[in-house]
Design a protein around this ligand. Structure first.
Ligand code: NDP
Length: 248
């Protein structure tokens, strides 16, 4: 992986203890950043993640924070402001799927996906922008999905939440550009994490056939794109979507 330098930078990653988020967190740790990784409720996975990264213990903070809970996010940023100070990078990575065709979709599943993937991105970004504005520098990277572009049966809620993240990022990028805060999305294709572990074999084969590279992506392939957009080197890139999809 390309080695970026994030020494003296503080990075916040939601859902940073497993899957794609964990790979992103570990890539930032290897690049010298101080990392605050959050999770929702999977305490055991969070503990294992922390244990596996003992060598960076002095630069790693793991906290539980439900991104759908406005007060919890506000509390998190109060802690950040008081204990960590100004942050340079926010990665809105946490996300869920609750697939069902629209005609059968329970309202709760629509709401849960929109709340986590889209509203959570808004809550975290709102407080991050306030924090970053103090030093007039920042990088926000939101993890969206190519499903936002082409849709997928059974993913009306997920696709809408991911398309919403893209539109939100484009608007926010215009608000923050003059303060040198960039806002971009990374859009991973099919990546073998817990998120898609429940897919039946026939669906896996179907999805594999859709990918021109005929393979699923690796979490590290997503992480390196995220680090690029979060780096100082990506200073003139904002409001855009970087697709990491094997050509999907
Ligand atoms: P995982 O299911 O492996 O991990 C999801 C992470 O999000 C977990 O850390 C989880 O916390 C956290 N999370 C879920 N809900 C909340 C919440 N309400 N508040 C805070 N944290 C929460 O997912 P992936 O790593 O696969 O996905 C990461 C991102 O990438 C998501 O946004 C997903 O939509 C996107 N993506 C994934 C693709 C894939 O193929 N895997 C493809 C395209 C996009 P906890 O561990 O506590 O449950």
């Amino acid at each position: 992986m390309i080695q970026f330098d994030f020494k003296d930078q503080t990075v916040v990653i939601t859902g940073g203890t497993r899957g794609i988020g964990r790979a992103i967190a570990e890539a930032f740790l290897k690049s010298g950043a101080r990392v605050l990784a959050t999770f929702q409720g999977n305490t055991e996975t969070a503990r294992l993640f922390e244990e596996a990264n003992q060598e960076h213990a002095e630069r790693l903070i793991v906290k539980q924070c439900d991104v759908t809970d406005y007060s919890a996010v506000e509390e998190l940023f109060k802690y950040i402001g008081e204990d960590l100070g100004v942050i340079q990078v926010l990665i809105n990575n946490s996300g869920i799927r609750r697939d069902q065709i629209v005609g059968m979709m329970p309202r709760e599943d629509w709401q849960a996906v929109i709340d986590t993937n889209l509203t959570g991105t808004f809550y975290m970004s709102k407080f991050a922008v306030q924090n970053m504005a103090r030093k007039r520098y920042g990088r926000i990277v939101n993890i969206t999905s190519p499903v936002a572009r082409f849709g997928m049966p059974g993913q009306g809620n997920y696709a809408a939440s991911k398309a919403g993240q893209i539109a939100f990022s484009a608007s926010l990028s215009k608000e923050t550009a003059r303060r040198k805060i960039t806002v971009n999305c990374v859009s991973p294709g099919f990546i073998g994490t817990d998120l898609i572990a429940d897919l039946p074999e026939e669906r896996v084969q179907l999805y594999l056939n859709l990918v021109p590279m005929r393979r699923f992506g690796e979490v590290d392939e997503v992480a390196s794109s995220v680090l690029f957009l979060a780096s100082k080197e990506a200073s003139y890139i904002t409001g855009t979507v970087l697709e990491v999809t094997g050509g999907l």
